[in-house]
Design a protein around this ligand. Structure first.
Ligand code: BGC
Length: 763
């Protein structure tokens, strides 16, 4: 009852907020914007123009002076209504009074922290993800931020790469749905709304394909793979109206992404007609020198701007060299003007000229970390948990009559629940898993032991310079500190387990081991966690393993010996409540894997939408695979269990023959065949049997969350433009070749589900 009225209040407050947003000022129309830019450009000196292309750190003592002198167009990492107001006032004192745009990494929340983006993708719920970004935008703008360096939309097939945690996983369809949802959430319907952020899709493009999973490493991506796998989420972000993009650090087919004319200009501007601006990644213009394509910083600045990078993040090369380059006629003034135009255009669209002061301390106090915001975080965290295994219906756990031992180094930990890139999230705001479980159990029925420590591994955390996650404050609260006095030895944990009826273990990676510059060669549990797990399982008590990590870990032993496993990622501020909701069955697990889960590192990369090969699957030795390992992942893309079971049947192709310009319509029946209500994610996959270039074995073309009561069945139907089912031919032309296609509506990429075929016909 309490919960119900709380939810109702939350909805009412959200509606009020939505009404307030509707009243937001509209920016000038496009014609008016261009006219005002022309007028400004006529007045601007070369130095003032260059100033608009420069971004520096806003948390330095000299930032205000830089703004006053018109030497910067944007500042990053400055936050807080008072500080932002002070800096904007400084810009107001510059000759032309051009407002600053304040950038910050609001990656999965500002103060209320949502599940990490990979977890958000696991929800397969773009609507809720959009809502979470709306909340993030309201909080961040209240603190003066106007531009987020998000969403990160890099496709990644390699969990060794630490930044896999920041994206939506391996699939371009899911990645595009999430990219568009996040852009819509940040920007709302109007970037000029004081509660809207300008989005920045990053890192354009291919960064997630780093060789060997080593961050910043080179990428080699054939043009068709670039266009079919890596570019679609960026295109979706641009189509959703993203105001900006960030260019990547890495080398792409021998031309670093921050100097890549082909991707930045030919594709982004000429093909997609993007009219916003591109900011470099931190220092990535200077890095053209160590990349070996620029002899010195001046040449690097010339290459980046000419390729299509309008704003220089942090390294100061545009400020240092652009004037000289113009004067020596190496750089046409028209290139500078066009870059300035793009930056100003976004500032106008963001309403900064009309309303440079969009927040104040009172708004900052009232809009941040509200109960409604936390409620959205709780729901998204619930939906992002993936149930991987549940032998003999061990889950959900009963709330009464049993003693639960909560064991593991992450159980009472608050800071690590936030994951990497935590904005201004605070450990002290977080409900730890232990707190969440205790809140739902009778007093005295929860025991706790850490078992082992992983705090020393935090040393690997990336520090402040690039705005990455701040070191944990250690502010775990007095109560948590007390609980942490529980045994931190394996023997102690075993004793605690022995006193309980069931054990719930929280193991994984400290958050500092994921994210930027956090590549790993081994994906096993860091520290002594595996020994702890094995010792606790040896007690014979039923064990539920809750994994907290930014990537799939090597859990071969656990998958065989532990009866129930949940992948919880880093759930954010509401971690403990959401985990408890799922453990006790108040929320039915409905998350699905946004990446294939490798059995072992040696299988990487393993992803579902691979090519068939000439020797596909077979038990025979002379086929693709390994002598010493299965070639199938441990858990397929799209996989996730529920507390009930579902069946798929009766695939109906409503358009058995479709032209390339037509529409495919398919439906199937999904039934809840178990005893509890549950939510299934029905997935549509398609395969072209014969194409000009080897087709992928399956490609996701749709998904739907369906909630069903026990015994209930529903028809799920999908409509797809046949145009989207095509691929590039050998001349890089998009074709939808006539012929037979396979189609499945299934619970995951490896399941048969309900299957059928359709024909693409010439006319
Ligand atoms: C990261 C970007 C981030 C930027 C600004 C860089 O190190 O690669 O993703 O937006 O820093 O903090």
């Amino acid at each position: 009852m309490i919960c119900f009225s709380f939810r109702r209040t939350a909805v009412a407050v959200m509606l009020l907020a939505a009404c307030a947003a509707l009243a937001a000022p509209q920016p000038p129309n496009n014609q008016e914007i261009e006219r005002r830019i022309d007028a400004l450009l006529r007045q601007m000196t070369l130095q003032e123009k260059i100033g608009q292309l420069v971004q520096y750190n806003g948390d330095t003592p000299e930032a205000a002076a830089q703004a006053k002198a018109g030497r910067v167009g944007s500042l990053l990492n400055a936050t807080g209504a008072d500080r932002i107001t002070e800096l904007q006032r400084a810009a107001e004192q510059s000759r032309l009074k051009i407002p600053l745009i304040f950038g910050y990494d609001v990656i999965h929340g500002y103060r209320t922290i949502f599940p990490v983006p990979l977890a958000g993708a696991a929800s397969f719920d773009p609507t809720l993800v959009e809502q979470s970004e709306r909340v993030a935008a309201k909080e961040a703008t209240a603190a003066g931020v106007k531009w987020t360096f998000a969403p990160m939309v890099d496709i990644a097939r390699d969990p060794r790469w630490g930044r896999i945690v920041e994206g939506a996983g391996e699939d371009p369809y899911l990645g595009s749905a999430m990219a568009a949802a996040r852009v819509r959430g940040f920007q709302g319907t109007n970037m000029a709304d004081p509660q809207s952020l300008v989005a920045c899709a990053k890192h354009f493009v291919g960064y997630g394909a780093a060789e060997g999973g080593r961050d910043y490493n080179s990428t080699e991506i054939p043009e068709d793979t670039l266009r079919e796998i890596y570019l679609p989420p960026f295109h979706a972000a641009v189509q959703a109206g993203a105001g900006t993009l960030m260019s990547g650090f890495q080398d792409l087919n021998d031309v670093p992404a921050s100097a890549n004319y082909h991707t930045l200009t030919e594709i982004l501007r000429k093909e997609w007609h993007f009219d916003g601006f591109v900011v470099s990644d931190y220092d990535s213009i200077h890095e053209l020198v160590p990349h070996g394509i620029a002899a010195d910083d001046q040449q690097a600045a010339l290459q980046a701007l000419t390729a299509g990078v309008e704003m220089d993040m942090a390294d100061g090369l545009y400020e240092k060299y652009l004037a000289e380059l113009v004067q020596s006629r190496k750089l046409p003034m028209s290139t500078v003007d066009e870059a300035v135009r793009r930056v100003l255009r976004i500032k106008f669209r963001a309403g900064l000229f009309e309303r440079p002061f969009y927040t104040n301390a009172a708004r900052e106090r009232s809009d941040i970390l509200t109960p409604e915001n936390r409620q959205v975080a709780r729901r998204l965290a619930e939906e992002s948990l993936v149930l991987l295994k549940n032998d003999n219906h061990l889950l959900p756990l009963p709330k009464n009559g049993k003693r639960i031992a909560v064991i593991g180094p992450l159980a009472s930990d608050q800071a690590n629940q936030l994951g990497s890139w935590v904005g201004r999230g605070q450990a002290a705001d977080v409900i730890s898993p232990l707190q969440g479980i205790e809140a739902q159990m009778p007093q005295g029925s929860v025991l706790h032991a850490r078992g082992v420590d992983i705090s020393s591994l935090q040393a690997q955390e990336v520090s402040g310079a690039t705005g990455a996650a701040p070191a944990p404050t250690g502010a775990t609260g007095a109560a948590a500190a007390e609980r942490e006095n529980g045994p931190a030895t394996i023997e102690g944990a075993v004793q605690v387990a022995q006193q309980a009826d069931v054990v719930v273990m929280f193991l994984g990676e400290p958050a500092g081991m994921t994210g930027e510059a956090s590549s790993r060669a081994f994906l096993d549990f860091p520290g002594k966690q595996e020994q702890l797990l094995e010792a606790v399982v040896a007690t014979g008590k039923p064990v539920v393993l809750v994994l907290e990590s930014g990537r799939p870990l090597d859990i071969r032993w656990a998958a065989e010996h532990v009866p129930a496993i949940i992948q919880a990622w880093y759930p954010g501020t509401e971690a403990g409540n959401a985990i408890a909701d799922v453990l006790f069955g108040d929320a039915s697990p409905s998350g699905r894997m946004p990446i294939s889960w490798p059995r072992s590192v040696g299988q990487i990369p393993v992803y579902y939408n691979h090519k068939s090969t000439g020797r596909p699957s077979s038990n025979d030795r002379w086929h693709t695979g390994y002598l010493d390992e299965s070639k199938e992942p441990l858990f397929a893309f799209g996989f996730g269990l529920s507390y009930t079971t579902f069946s798929y049947s009766n695939l109906r192709v409503l358009s058995p023959q479709v032209t390339a310009a037509g529409t495919l319509r398919v439906e199937a029946t999904v039934q809840n065949t178990g005893q509890l209500a549950g939510t299934e994610v029905a997935q549509l996959y398609v395969h072209d049997r014969v194409a000009p270039r080897s087709p992928r074995v399956r490609e996701l073309q749709g998904f739907q969350r369906v909630t069903l009561q026990p015994g209930e069945s529903k028809s799920v139907d999908f409509t797809v433009n046949a145009h989207d089912l095509g691929s590039f031919d050998t001349n890089m032309r998009w074709v939808v070749p006539p012929g037979t296609f396979d189609v499945w509506i299934t619970p995951n990429a490896a399941a048969e589900g309900a299957a059928g075929t359709f024909q693409v016909v010439a006319k």
